[in-house]
Design a protein around this ligand. Structure first.
Ligand code: FPP
Length: 251
């Protein structure tokens, strides 16, 4: 039962008691460029507008008492984009941290970055590290921003670290199991996502959460990320609630 949804007239026509609220929702925020192009604007306008969606979805996730929200903001492949677009995104991230800091503190939101923080320009990296440190004891909502993140790169890093431990005798080959692999991922202390949403009508995961998505439900929305709002998120939750997760067993 979710009292926020019950109190909200927008959702009164739905059977809120039957709604399953996932613990961890991960979103591939896609379609910023196409959103801008459709309006005759440069791609960067789509990114700027996309921040408004982040705000709306983060608030909604908090209201629903979702404990983990992961947003994929920048992939390892995104470094190949034109320089001005990459620096615009980095500046946007910096502004986001400056503007949202008070919200993180007030609503006890813990920030984590999934990906290679050392790739991020030093000025932005410092701000991210400070906010990560300042919010590390918060537990109401965990916001994980995947940044300079790629699923294969994450696995390669994990396998290298595991190999080093085998070579140095800290770990034996026979001890390798799914727990050992998970403990070497960026998401070592984060539950796997129950639901992964991709916006903009693309039907693939594109190197996102390769290991973590093994049992996730997938929902693909045709809405471009800058237009994605709580009602679209709610639609994903309705689909999620109707699905039966059996994890390979029978029920
Ligand atoms: C994908 O759309 C989106 C991105 C590569 C960037 C996402 C970034 C934001 C929403 C804003 C900045 C993030 C934070 C956390 C402040 P695309 O550009 O690939 O769109 P397209 O597929 O239509 O070209």
């Amino acid at each position: 039962m979710n009292s926020f949804l019950k109190r909200n007239p927008t959702y009164s026509k739905y059977d809120i008691d039957a709604l399953k609220i996932p613990s961890h929702v991960a979103i591939i925020m896609d379609g910023n460029g196409r959103w801008a192009k459709a309006r005759g604007k440069r791609r960067i306008h789509g990114h700027a507008q996309g921040v408004k969606s982040i705000r709306a979805i983060l608030d909604f996730a908090g209201d629903l008492k979702i404990t983990h929200l992961t947003l994929w903001a920048f992939s390892t492949d995104n470094w190949k984009r034109p320089k001005y677009e990459v620096s615009f995104l980095m500046n946007l991230l910096e502004k986001y941290i400056d503007n949202e800091k008070a919200n993180f503190m007030k609503n006890r939101i813990r920030l984590r970055i999934l990906g290679n923080l050392e790739d991020i320009p030093v000025k932005v990296r410092k701000k991210l590290k400070t906010l990560i440190e300042e919010t590390k004891d918060f537990d109401k909502l965990n916001l994980n921003i995947a940044l300079s993140y790629g699923g294969r790169e994450e696995l390669i890093g994990a396998f290298k670290n595991i190999s080093d431990k085998i070579v140095s005798g800290v770990l034996s080959r026979d001890e390798i199991d799914d727990h050992v692999i998970k403990s070497h991922l960026f998401t070592a202390d984060i539950p796997d996502p129950d639901l992964i949403i991709r916006t903009s009508g693309e039907f693939r995961l594109s190197n996102f959460f390769i290991w973590q998505s093994a049992y996730s439900e997938l929902f693909f929305s045709t809405v471009f990320w800058p237009d994605f709002r709580p009602e679209h998120f709610f639609e994903a939750l309705l689909h999620y609630s109707q699905r039966e997760r059996r994890f390979g067993g029978i029920q």
